[in-house]
Design a protein around this ligand. Structure first.
Ligand SMILES: [Zn+2]
Length: 137
C-alpha cells in the first residue's frame, strides 16, 4: 500500500465520524483578521468566528463591543469598530465570550444552547446534559 492509499483510507475513516463529534473535537475559534483603515478597525472574518461560536450574532456583538469599550456595526461581511484595536486583545475578548457563553462548564464541549428564564440565563449542554446558570457581571 503506498502513501496515497493510506491517506485515502484515513479520509474515509474520518468521513464516517458523526458530524457532532467532528465538530466538538475540532473546536477552535479562528483568530481575528484585521484591517486598519483611517484609524478604525475592521474584523474581516467575523462571519467565520460567529459560525464557529454558533451563537446569535447580535448577542455576540452586544457583549463583544461592550467589553472592547467601543462602538461598532456590521458593514457588509465585516465588523467595523471605532478606533484601533490589537489582535491579541480582541482574541482575548472572544475567548472570554466563548468560555462564558459557549463552552459547557462541566464537559468543556461547545455543543450548547443559551436558555432564558426570566432574568436568568442558562447554558444547556447537549453533549453531557448539564445546565448551568450564566452569571453576567
Ligand atoms: Zn457538557
Amino acid at each position: 500500500m503506498d502513501l496515497n492509499d493510506y491517506e485515502k483510507l484515513l479520509d474515509g475513516a474520518y468521513e464516517k465520524i458523526p458530524e457532532n463529534v467532528k465538530k466538538s473535537s475540532r473546536f477552535e475559534i479562528p483568530k481575528v483578521e484585521l484591517r486598519i483603515e483611517s484609524r478604525n478597525t475592521y474584523i474581516t472574518n467575523l462571519n467565520k468566528i460567529i459560525n464557529t461560536l454558533n451563537r446569535d450574532r447580535r448577542h455576540f456583538l452586544g457583549i463583544f463591543l461592550k467589553k472592547a469599550g467601543t462602538m461598532g456595526e456590521i458593514r457588509g461581511q465585516q465588523l467595523f469598530m471605532k478606533g484601533i484595536h490589537k489582535e491579541q486583545a480582541l482574541d482575548r475578548l472572544i475567548d472570554q465570550y466563548t468560555k462564558m457563553y459557549v463552552l459547557c462548564k462541566i464537559c468543556k464541549k461547545p455543543d450548547t444552547d443559551i436558555q432564558r428564564e426570566g432574568k436568568k440565563i442558562f447554558l444547556k449542554c447537549t453533549a453531557c446534559g448539564a445546565r448551568e446558570e450564566i452569571k453576567e457581571k
